[in-house]
Design a protein. Sequence first.
Length: 76
Amino acid sequence: MSDDWKRLPPAVVAALIVQTAAALIWAGAASARIAALEGGAGAQGAVAERLARLEEQGAATRAAIDRIERRLEAGG
């Protein structure tokens, strides 16, 4: 079994080492990109929540304005 490794050309061994290193570098870069995307997604969730609250406040304000207008029209 150990004789089989001795028969491998040095170029094949070098290619395997380079490919392994490239795969590890690629995996590290992919992990960094995923972490950045997850951080951005968390910020977007907070913005979406604030937007939903603002929309609800806008609807409540519009309802209050409608009530005020009805009272003014009825009293005037």
